[in-house]
Design a protein around this ligand. Structure first.
Ligand SMILES: Nc1ccn([C@@H]2O[C@H](COP(=O)(O)OP(=O)(O)OP(=O)(O)O)[C@@H](O)[C@H]2O)c(=O)n1
Ligand SMILES: C[C@](O)(CO)[C@H](O)COP(=O)(O)O
Length: 222
């Protein structure tokens, strides 16, 4: 098995706000993107890293050991760009990861890779443990059964040829790559998620990510 990571980092981070897109903002002495890229470059079972950037950000890319490419108008288009940038025929599997998840651990990456020994797809997720409502205008409008519901995370791993064909057949955007894979009939194994593998989405998420990273390695604040 030869694994490539595709890190999608072409978003604009509108919900997070700030002077620059969230992946370029400071986090524990580095940029968010530096933590994410390092997590994959340093993993012994990741053989290639493709970094998918917004066209406006290519000039900021100062990463050694990664293949750069330009993303698209939505996450799925950026994933397709990353798949297209993978030119090495030796790569058999891909792990597709949000740059906005800088706290991903080597354990989660390894667990996804291990699951790909027995499944064409594998992705981390956490079972929903809170009650679920629908709401509008600040009031509860209904309740939803949480049985069998999961909160999906990344990296989402796949047989390279299978996910490449699945994305080629899936013309529109998708919430994640598991949606694309399942639309193509691929089986996807659930791997244990990690509460610390949060996606930086809103401003408060930066502090949470910093607490997590400081708690692990005594990171200095940025
Ligand atoms: N056209 C896009 C849109 C999103 N992404 C990536 O997909 C991941 C998950 O998307 P999200 O958290 O929504 O990031 P943004 O789209 O940047 O955030 P927002 O929706 O708040 O603008 C992120 O790592 C983001 O960089 C991407 O590569 N290309
Ligand atoms: C891919 C993902 O992180 C899985 O939970 C999530 O769907 C990304 O959502 P976003 O709205 O693009 O941040």
């Amino acid at each position: 098995m030869t694994c490539a990571a595709i890190i999608v980092a072409a978003g604009r981070g509108l919900r997070a706000g700030g002077p620059v897109a969230k992946q370029w903002q400071p986090l524990c002495g580095k940029r968010v993107i530096d933590h994410t890229v390092t997590a994959f470059l340093s993993h012994p079972r990741i053989d290639r890293v493709v970094l998918v950037l917004h066209a406006d950000d290519l000039g900021d890319a100062d990463f050694d050991g990664v293949t750069l490419t330009t993303g698209g108008a939505d996450r799925a288009a950026s994933v397709r760009a990353g798949l297209a940038a993978l030119t090495d025929p030796a790569v058999t599997h891909v792990l597709i990861h949000d740059v906005a998840r800088p706290c991903v651990t080597a354990r989660t990456i390894s667990d996804v890779i291990d699951a790909l020994d027995h499944s064409p797809g594998a992705a981390p997720a956490l079972p929903v443990t809170d009650a679920l409502w629908t709401g509008a205008d600040g009031r509860v409008t209904g309740t939803q059964d949480r049985t069998g519901l999961y909160r999906a995370q990344t990296p989402q791993g796949f047989d390279r040829a299978a996910i490449t064909a699945a994305h080629a057949a899936h013309a529109s955007n998708a919430a994640d790559d598991v949606e694309v894979a399942r639309a193509a009939g691929l089986d996807v194994a659930i791997v244990a998620g990690d509460e610390d593998n949060l996606k930086i989405t809103h401003p408060a998420d930066f502090d949470r990510a910093a607490r997590i990273l400081r708690g692990r390695n005594g990171h200095q604040t940025g």
